[in-house]
Design a protein around this ligand. Structure first.
Ligand SMILES: [Zn+2]
Length: 428
């Protein structure tokens, strides 16, 4: 214990030096003898509350924890954010309380799991700011983590963010390690449907006024859909995430490739300022958005990585390969065919958007060889949609219709499926 504290202290000194140079701050709570030894090996630290304190010259974000934790705090630009990296912390707080409204420096903040064993708080800045102090103090809950921000110039913020990005151990663009639990899939003769519940972990997605989070709505729907598909017996359904964990967009597509998926369906729920807009929409990928609303939705959903504090990767160049182009065209035709099948079935379930078939440049739909669609189940900003989205009955019926649409899509492609799977038993 003493040795590890000593080595912590050395690391702290080294990091404090880095921090000074690079705009990042690290604390390790050494001055809390009443807290640290009480913490059992690997016992999870729980965050029970958080609040913002606004002062004339600074703003503090405060977390009440059951025990002290090491925190690494660093800035990231475009848009301006402060990232607080923590070991695994279980956030057991009212989800509707994490908004940050009314602060001069903090526009919003969110928190959750970032990768196995790692948690993260992402602070969206309302104005350029530096983390000037990061401290752990004893508190009635166990410990209090204080992140103090002070206003800075835009130029200084950018310089700090560039410097922080140069620290290899916390490089923002490094994707988190592959999530636990995604062991290689068992070989299956059935076509694989990859269901992708959007968001997760630190990225909560759209949040309803009552605090209901998109990441939980879509996970419940994805699980119900998987069960319907599996019960049908003809297809094998797999989820990109079956837990409340963060997954980068590229990793979702990579999982579909690894599973040799024959269809990729990303599940989301949207939000709008206009509370009367309701109903489900099915999106496919296109270079130019079908309409302004589709462009807005794609921009919003493509920001998922950014919401978790990853840097937005540079747009990939178009590959001028004719074979790839042909594959892409064929895949796109299948994607549209599936999207029509889905809209037809959802008509029967009701609750479709007025303009339910749209397209835009969704990053998560860009696999060139897997037919892909994104289903926005509805709007959490609509009271009627929210009642549907959180109703187990509605979920069961809508997941059933979605599974039927998927079955219809594969039935139309049956000859190809048999060729691809020579040992597959005939259904009849
Ligand atoms: Zn979403």
């Amino acid at each position: 214990m003493a040795a590890s504290i000593l080595s912590f202290a050395r690391r702290k000194a080294a990091l404090a030096c880095d921090a000074h140079l690079r705009g990042a701050l690290t604390i390790l709570a050494l001055a809390l003898p009443t807290v640290a030894p009480a913490r059992a090996e690997h016992a999870p630290v729980t965050a029970v509350a958080s609040h913002i304190e606004n002062a004339q010259d600074h703003t503090r974000l405060v977390f009440d924890l059951t025990s002290s934790v090491a925190a690494h705090v660093w800035p990231i630009a475009n848009p301006a954010r402060i990232i607080v990296d923590l070991p695994e912390v279980s956030f057991q707080m009212d989800p509707s309380a994490n908004r940050g409204a009314g602060s001069k420096l903090i526009r919003a903040y969110r928190f959750g799991q970032f990768a196995p064993g790692r948690s993260r708080v992402v602070i969206d800045l309302a104005a350029p700011a530096s983390a000037v102090r990061v401290e752990s103090q004893p508190a009635p809950s166990g410990a209090r983590l204080i992140v103090e921000l002070a206003p800075t110039s835009a130029a200084r913020f950018t310089a700090d963010a560039q410097a922080a990005g140069a620290i290899p151990a916390t490089k923002a663009s490094t994707p988190p390690p592959a999530p636990i639990g995604l062991a290689p899939l068992a070989p299956t003769e059935k076509p694989v449907v990859m269901i992708d519940p959007g968001h997760g972990g630190v990225d909560q997605g759209a949040v309803a006024r009552n605090g209901t989070e998109e990441k939980m709505i879509v996970l419940a729907f994805a699980r119900a859909l998987r069960d319907k598909i599996e019960a049908g017996g003809r297809l094998h359904a797999v989820l990109t995430r079956d837990d409340d964990i963060f997954l980068p967009l590229a990793e979702r597509v990579a999982l579909a490739h690894r599973a040799n998926a024959a269809l990729f369906l990303s599940i989301h729920a949207d939000t709008l300022a206009a509370p009367h807009v309701e109903g489900a929409t099915v999106y496919t990928v296109s270079a130019a958005a079908s309409d302004a609303e589709a462009a807005r939705t794609a921009e919003h959903e493509n920001n998922a990585d950014q919401a978790a504090g990853l840097e937005t990767p540079a747009a990939e160049g178009e590959i001028g390969d004719i074979l790839l182009d042909l594959t892409r065209r064929e895949t796109h035709a299948f994607s549209r065919q599936f999207s029509h099948s889905l809209v037809t079935r959802w008509k029967e379930a009701g609750s479709l958007n007025k303009n339910p078939t749209r397209s835009a440049g969704f990053v998560v739909l860009k696999a060139h060889d897997i037919p892909s669609a994104l289903l926005e189940l509805g709007y959490v900003s609509s009271a009627r949609d929210l009642a549907r989205l959180t109703s187990p009955d509605w979920r069961d019926r809508a997941a059933g219709k979605t599974a039927e649409a998927i079955e219809t899509f594969f039935a139309a492609r049956a000859p190809a499926a048999v060729v691809a799977a020579p040992v597959a038993p005939r259904p009849e």
